[in-house]
Write a protein that binds this ligand. Structure first.
Ligand SMILES: [Zn+2]
Length: 247
């Protein structure tokens, strides 16, 4: 005769010491059955996803802590590089392997942050009061990197720092007329063109539809050429803008 009762008991003895019912938290080890006596939910000692152990719970609670210093360091560095990549004049955000990689990293950080917060809310577990400010870094930084899409201030800032170089460059129309890239301050100007009305376009990068860069327009911008796009005024005669590929 096989004693099925003690066999099941031996089987559920394979459970970790602290195994609990998924549904009602009832301790399951050493039970003479494979259903929770409290709520009836079946469990399988061979399948760790059919019960939970406080070790998993405590691991989750540990995970649900505000991000650490290193995490915040990575976030700040990613934000800095992201803003720097947006300091080129843009009508649409420039797409290159760097901005794609940075965007991917920022998305991962946002997901990690949301997951931590969700665990913190649903499983509880206190964080030390002096660490609570660490929750704030991510939302603040994500709001911050959205601002250049309202006004391209990184490009504005960088332009201001390089303005003397731009002023010098347009004094020298002859070198401007070349098609070879020239360095103007911290910008690499891919090509330049002088329009019949005396406006000068300095192209920083091009995509399929148009070139993106800076316009120097000495006259009233009401008299714009048809291929000229003005997006943001920088100051005096300088604008962030683009130029359509037809002439
Ligand atoms: Zn149960």
């Amino acid at each position: 005769m096989i004693d099925t009762k003690s066999e099941t008991q031996a089987y559920s003895g394979l459970l970790p010491e602290d195994a609990k019912c998924l549904q009602c938290n009832y301790p399951l080890r050493g039970l003479p059955e494979i259903n929770c006596p409290e709520c009836g939910l079946p469990f399988d000692p061979g399948n760790p996803t059919s019960y939970h152990t406080p070790t998993l719970r405590s691991w989750l609670i540990r995970y649900g802590q505000p991000p650490g210093k290193r995490w915040i360091g990575v976030l700040l560095a990613a934000v800095l590089f992201f803003l720097a990549s947006l300091s080129d004049p843009f009508l649409e955000p420039p797409v290159c392997i760097w901005t794609a990689a940075l965007s991917f990293l920022l998305v991962l950080l946002a997901l990690d942050w949301s997951l931590r917060l969700a665990i913190r809310i649903f499983l509880g577990g206190g964080s030390k009061a002096h660490q609570r400010h660490r929750w704030l870094w991510a939302p603040l930084m994500f709001a911050f990197i959205a601002t250049p899409f309202l006004y391209p201030w990184p490009a504005y800032l960088r332009f201001q720092l390089n303005k003397p170089d731009f002023e010098n460059a347009i004094q020298n129309i002859a070198t401007l007329q070349t098609k070879t890239p020239i360095r103007v301050g911290s910008y690499m100007i891919r090509s330049t063109s002088v329009q019949s009305d005396g406006s000068i376009f300095l192209s920083v990068y091009t995509d399929r539809a148009r070139a993106h860069g800076f316009w120097y327009i000495p006259t009233n911008p009401d008299t714009l050429q048809s291929n000229c796009i003005i997006e943001h005024r920088l100051n005096a005669n300088w604008y962030i803008g683009g130029k359509l590929h037809f002439n």
